[in-house]
Design a protein around this ligand. Sequence first.
Ligand SMILES: NC(=O)c1ccc[n+]([C@@H]2O[C@H](COP(=O)([O-])OP(=O)(O)OC[C@H]3O[C@@H](n4cnc5c(N)ncnc54)[C@H](O)[C@@H]3O)[C@@H](O)[C@H]2O)c1
Length: 263
Amino acid sequence: MILKGKKGIISGALDSQSIAWKVAERCVEEGAQIVLTNAPVAMRMGEINSLAEKCQAPVIGADATSLEDLENLFRKSMEHFGGKVDFVLHSIGMSVNVRKGKAYTDLNYEWMQKTFDVSAISFHKMMQTMWKLDAINDWGSIVGLSYIAAQRVFPDYSEMAESKALLESIARSFGYHYGTAKNVRVNTISQSPTMTTAGKGVKGFTEFFSYADKMSPLGNAPAEACADYCLALFSNLTRYVTMQNLFHDGGFSTMGMNPAILE
Ligand SMILES: NC(=O)c1ccc[n+]([C@@H]2O[C@H](COP(=O)([O-])OP(=O)(O)OC[C@H]3O[C@@H](n4cnc5c(N)ncnc54)[C@H](O)[C@@H]3O)[C@@H](O)[C@H]2O)c1
């Protein structure tokens, strides 16, 4: 029970494939109390309610780009818990240009702004809202989910590459402020390709998934294993890990070439 007595907020559980879904289940198994949140439009799809029932968790809708919604989320969560939270998962990503099939050399910049707002700036908005409301306990932990396209070129990932670079940078910068003020740590986990709604939205995802699987000595890390890594970061076992982008990818990020690819 590595999270016994801890309280946390989990964003981004859309369906049972979602990484956040597995994180929520594992947090509760390990003794945490949680609040679930997602964009109102995702909540209307209804699947999150079955997770909420299983986890005995309230669902508080919030568009992560809306400061008003975020303030409501943190206020209501603190009311529910009768105190501050100990951990938060940001598991939110969406690219308008990718969704609409726009080429990287023909991006619509309004859509690009929206992509950055949803996928990266929302992480800052979450933390700034928590900061102002003093919503997280000392030695708390905040985790965002990233992808290696922040460092290397994966052409079909398009503007999500810049979104992830921004997300990782926000983790470092806010990590400084939160670390200094409250010993709160902020990290991103750079996860293997994973078969989820967001993942499958990227062109050629199935082929790429199997390429990455072969390239990685341990194979692609599944969502369940990513959930375990999130739990490790929420737990007291990682109190001095902060401002890091942590690869959770079966070794992919360190490989140059794997002979298995040529077979
Ligand atoms: N699937 C992969 O291959 C992969 C790999 C590395 C990192 N990630 C990252 O993991 C995170 C979770 O994605 P996933 O793969 O579980 O897919 P998912 O589609 O299940 O989750 C994405 C979530 O973002 C939510 N969302 C979108 N817009 C929102 C908004 N405005 N406000 C609040 N929530 C909003 C969606 O409702 C959804 O629940 C994302 O940051 C994604 O980029 C995914």
